[in-house]
Each structure stands twice: as structure tokens, then as C-alpha cells.
Design a protein around this ligand. Structure first.
Ligand SMILES: CC(C)(COP(=O)(O)OP(=O)(O)OC[C@H]1O[C@@H](n2cnc3c(N)ncnc32)[C@H](O)[C@@H]1OP(=O)(O)O)[C@@H](O)C(=O)NCCC(=O)NCCS
Length: 200
């Protein structure tokens, strides 16, 4: 399949609608509260076209088969990945990975050095849901196992690390898992090359 990754032109109503349809349809399966109506998905896509955002779609024959968004945070030094979605008919073919790589490139171009994200586990898909994470939250997070195709593993494969967890973020036993990835070589404290050998 030939897949192109590109911006959504702000005046292309058809592509905005197709992207929103994809978001609504695919999140309805596991996260029905995320975008509960087609209109809420359209609003999300429109917001992604505002200033301080990155919004990139994967196109195959003029069909939108994937979408990734980035939100400028921390004065543009770090960007939040939100959201990423690939059509269920096109998963496990590398499209998600290509979208993440593309977002990394876009963030680097804008001078960013990190991407971070939160990935909820509301459906007991990992070993750190459905249980009381206190005490020893980080120890349990360190030993996380994927039970039912939770996307944290996709992000691990894209080079992200788990950097933290909010226990019970979505209700008892339903945590949010935080992940991050550095996009450029470590430059030392405060980004000064001369400090690059100073640990911590
Ligand atoms: C998560 C998602 C974007 C991945 O897209 P994709 O195109 O299938 O991903 P890729 O084909 O690039 O997969 C890259 C690797 O991650 C693995 N992977 C992908 N999704 C995975 C999952 N849910 N669980 C475990 N591993 C997964 C693939 O097997 C592949 O591994 P490999 O390199 O060893 O072969 C897609 O499944 C999706 O849209 N899910 C629904 C929306 C969603 O959950 N978004 C994230 C919310 S935080």
C-alpha cells in the first residue's frame, strides 16, 4: 500500500470530516467516552489545526487511514502526543510507527526535544490496572505486563519509556500511564554542551 503522511489543509472540509470519522469510529471500540459523538470528534480535529499544534494524517488513495496530533507544551521544548489512531483495517502494518516518526520530525523542526503522552488503562488491559497500586507504585509500573493489547507496548516499540503513572486516574484500578521520549542527543545540564559529562 502507498501511504503518504501530510498536514490537513485547514480549508479541506472533506479531509477534516474523514479524519473525525476515523477518530470517532476507532475510539468508540475501547474508549467510548473519549469522543462520544461525531461532533466532538470534528471539534477535536478542528482544534488540532490551531496555532501551537501539529496535525498529520496518513493518506491512502485519498482515504484517511491514520492521524496523529501534537500539542506544544513547556514553551515548545516538550510536546504532548495527542492523539494517535490508525484504522483497524490497517493496523500492524507500520502506519502508527510512521506517524510517530513523522511527529518526531515535526517537533524537532520546531526546536522541541521531547515528546510525552498519557495512555489510559480503563479496560484492565495491563497488569497495573484492576489492582491497588499503592504502595510501591513505581515498582509495579516497572514490572508492567501487557494482558490485552494495550498501546503502551506500541509506544515502547517506538522508543518511549514509561516515566510515571497516575494510579486510579480514571477510577479505582484505572491508571493513566505516562511515557516520554527524547528526540535529540543529551546535551548536559540546561543544554550546555560543556556540561555533557556531568552526571544527573
Ligand atoms: C496504537 C495504534 C496507533 C498502533 O498503530 P499500528 O499502525 O497498528 O502500529 P504499528 O503497526 O506501527 O506497530 C508497531 C509495533 O507495535 C506493536 N503494536 C501495535 N499496537 C499494539 C498493541 N495495541 N499492543 C501491543 N503491541 C502493539 C506492533 O505489533 C509492532 O510491533 P513489531 O515492531 O514487533 O512488529 C493503533 O493500534 C490504534 O489506532 N489503536 C486505537 C487507538 C489507540 O489506542 N490509540 C492510542 C491511545 S493512547
Amino acid at each position: 500500500m502507498t501511504v503518504t503522511i501530510t498536514d490537513i489543509p485547514a480549508d479541506n472540509e472533506q479531509l477534516i470530516r474523514k479524519t473525525a470519522d476515523l477518530l470517532f469510529r476507532e475510539f468508540m471500540v475501547n474508549y467510548p467516552d473519549a469522543w462520544p459523538t461525531p461532533e466532538s470528534a470534528v471539534r477535536e480535529v478542528r482544534e488540532s489545526l490551531l496555532k501551537d499544534r501539529i496535525s498529520r494524517i496518513a493518506l491512502e488513495n485519498n482515504d484517511v487511514i491514520g492521524w496523529i496530533g501534537g500539542i506544544r507544551q513547556y514553551n515548545g521544548i516538550s510536546w504532548e502526543l495527542h492523539p494517535v489512531v490508525v484504522s483497524s483495517t490497517r493496523r500492524y502494518m507500520g502506519v502508527g510507527t510512521r506517524l510517530v516518526r513523522d511527529l518526531e520530525e515535526q517537533v524537532r523542526k520546531r526546536g522541541g526535544i521531547n515528546i510525552f503522552l498519557g495512555t489510559d488503562d480503563e479496560n484492565f488491559q495491563t497488569s497495573i490496572s484492576g489492582i491497588d497500586l499503592y504502595p510501591g507504585v513505581l515498582e509495579k509500573a516497572k514490572n508492567i505486563r501487557n494482558i490485552k493489547n494495550h498501546p503502551f507496548e506500541f509506544y515502547l516499540k517506538c522508543g518511549f519509556e514509561i516515566t510515571g503513572v497516575i494510579p486510579d486516574a480514571n477510577g479505582f484500578g484505572k491508571p493513566d500511564i505516562f511515557m516520554a521520549k527524547r528526540l535529540v542527543p543529551w546535551k548536559g545540564r540546561g543544554g550546555n554542551d560543556e556540561d555533557s559529562n556531568v552526571p544527573g
